[in-house]
Design a protein around this ligand. Sequence first.
Ligand SMILES: C[S@@+](CC[C@H](N)C(=O)[O-])C[C@H]1O[C@@H](n2cnc3c(N)ncnc32)[C@H](O)[C@@H]1O
Length: 365
Amino acid sequence: MAAAFSTAQRLPVHHFGILGGRIDRRPPLTAVRTAAASDTAIPAYEEGELARPKWGGETLLSRLVGAIISFKPFYSVLKLGARNVLISTAEKNDIPWREMTKEVLESDVYTELEKIRNPSLVYPDYYLSPFHAYDDGNLSWLAAAEAEAATLSMHMRAIPEADSEEEATRLVRGNWLKAIQQHHQQHSGNLPIKDILDIGCSIGFSTVYLADAFPSAQANGLDLSPYFLSVAKYKEEKRGQRKNPIRWIHGNGEATGLPSKSFDLVSVSLVLHECPARATINIVNESLRLLRPGGTLVIMDQAPESKVIQELSPVLFTLMKSTEPFLDEYYLLDLKKTIKDAGFVDVNLFLTDPRHRTATATAPY
Ligand SMILES: C[S@@+](CC[C@H](N)C(=O)[O-])C[C@H]1O[C@@H](n2cnc3c(N)ncnc32)[C@H](O)[C@@H]1O
């Protein structure tokens, strides 16, 4: 049974943060939230008092962290620190980061690259800078080989009280899927989900979830990195046959070149915090072009509204920002407004785990 949510409207007020920067307070996303009592209801996760963390956006603290990161010798140290924290935290949580990476690097995944690569694709400028502590950003085998372990650790960070990585993954991805199913059921006018596009599919984690949840649909994973797509294809083939094999597309979510009105569900999961605002706006507009009337857009990503994110320790957020160059732009952009401005209707946005929010919206008829 679908859960019904409503949002209380209050005017934003402003106050000054500890370092003097102006911080927006915001109306709560889900202050009045009436979830239907059912096993499938998504729990209400706690929001902080601010619109975004003090270290994100244009505050003094944010600029201070930015200045530290932009100082090259510091950046190199931070980059290494961030990487070591990621690997050791993963291994402490029984995610065998180095073994998983080795398995991919020692496989024959390399043979996929030329088959999947679109030689005429022009990469957007933002995609060509160092990223996630990799000098070649997402355009490298190491980044692709480590992506699954990094994804599983991210789930554990989102649900630290989970007993296992499987439990954390089930919760993060399960709530996201519920949000999709509930939204589509309520707003699509019974449009069947036959064609799915997963923009920024990386190594296919989200795509496989969607393909499993909608087995009669044709799922497509699209990404800018042919290395990630090669790993996605390699991992999916190892899982065995499925009725509708996933298609992997090397493309840019800002301008996919795919036919208009050819999808019933477009997903953008954990992509936008890696993009400048202009790319986010293009991806949202492109999603509208690609969806059939009644089709659903779902965007899951970090929640600036999250209490946990707002209360991250200074060391953690400095490490995080050191490998995520567009975090400030992401935190400053009003995602709900961006989706509405593109022309979507029935726009909803709420936390689907302690650190992430899911926005759902419908392409108008
Ligand atoms: C963190 S990964 C997303 C992982 C996956 N969707 C999930 O939910 O686990 C972000 C992905 O977005 C991709 N990406 C960034 N900008 C993109 C764009 N303009 N078009 C397509 N993919 C993009 C990156 O290459 C990367 O693989």
